[in-house]
Design a protein around this ligand. Sequence first.
Ligand SMILES: NC(=O)C1=CN([C@@H]2O[C@H](COP(=O)(O)OP(=O)(O)OC[C@H]3O[C@@H](n4cnc5c(N)ncnc54)[C@H](O)[C@@H]3O)[C@@H](O)[C@H]2O)C=CC1
Ligand SMILES: O=C([O-])C1=[NH+]CCC1
Length: 312
Amino acid sequence: LDFITIQNEVEQLLQYRELTPRLEEALGKFSRRDSAEVIQPVRTTVPLQKHSGFLGVMPTYMENDGVLCTKFVCFYKREEGSTLPATKATVMLLDPEYGNVKAVMDGEVITGMRTAAVSAISAKLLMRPEAEVLTILGSGLQALSHYNVFTEMFSFKEIRVWSRTRQSAEGFCRSVSGPVTVCASVEEAVRGADAIVTVTRCTEPVLFGQWVKPGAHVAAVGACRPNWRELDDVLMKEAVVYTDSREGAMAESGDIILSGAEVFAELGDVINGVKPAHRDKTTVFKSLGMGVEDAVSAQLVFDQWKAKASLP
Ligand SMILES: NC(=O)C1=CN([C@@H]2O[C@H](COP(=O)(O)OP(=O)(O)OC[C@H]3O[C@@H](n4cnc5c(N)ncnc54)[C@H](O)[C@@H]3O)[C@@H](O)[C@H]2O)C=CC1
Ligand SMILES: O=C([O-])C1=[NH+]CCC1
């Protein structure tokens, strides 16, 4: 087997049931900073000024697992009302011994699913167990993948969505399998919510601490540039802040850098039992996205593809 391209099949091959435990294990490995387990530098970002975007290159090597992977992801600050996607990604698996490419995969489903699954892991660790109300801010690709995994893993009594236009929020409701309440404002959507997922492309704060219920858990997924924001200073300073990678957060998260908030722990530290999960307090998980998440996802797709094709 030399080189394969897996495009539309990714959706059929990747299931949260198998993916989520692998991601949890990978987050723990990353936070141990053992180079035999994971080598993953902060992503290299090249500005695409003419197109208001960035190319992110995200290499990862997992020596013990024999996984070498890189993702190329372009992400854009789109014009108001643009229907073009915010991100476009390709994932490449390589053979660590010979350096040849083993597989090239479409990165859209991988990025959608692994990001949502990591947010769900943050909720599993940091959200109050009696949580009843989930709010999703944004109605794009990540909103959908977050809806899918959060409803698979938890039983919320109410799910709310807010988007910039009522039309896009209603479109989101039609695309999902269960009831969702469309809210006219962010404040209406988040008041009283136990879990809040922010998956917008905004570059200024959209979620304000004064509206957030004490003890709520926020998974903040957008705003992945050092001068972009989704959350305000009040929320960042009042909450206990967790992230995927400290180095990534200090290089890329406007919400952390510009608010001056302290990062309490990585999710992997909680998984490894070296830092506590403050479920009783308001918590923010600031997600930037990591190469190791793409690497384990791509390896899972590859293994499933080989099993389906009955290859050794
Ligand atoms: N942390 C991570 O690992 C990852 C983060 N992302 C980020 O997540 C965010 C969402 O990604 P997708 O769902 O793929 O994008 P998308 O383009 O499919 O959806 C974006 C949503 O944000 C809304 N939006 C756009 N501009 C806005 C504004 N100024 N204020 C409020 N809402 C606005 C849109 O109406 C849409 O509902 C993006 O910021 C993207 O860069 C994406 C992939 C991975
Ligand atoms: O990890 C990822 O793929 C991304 N993070 C921000 C935009 C894309």
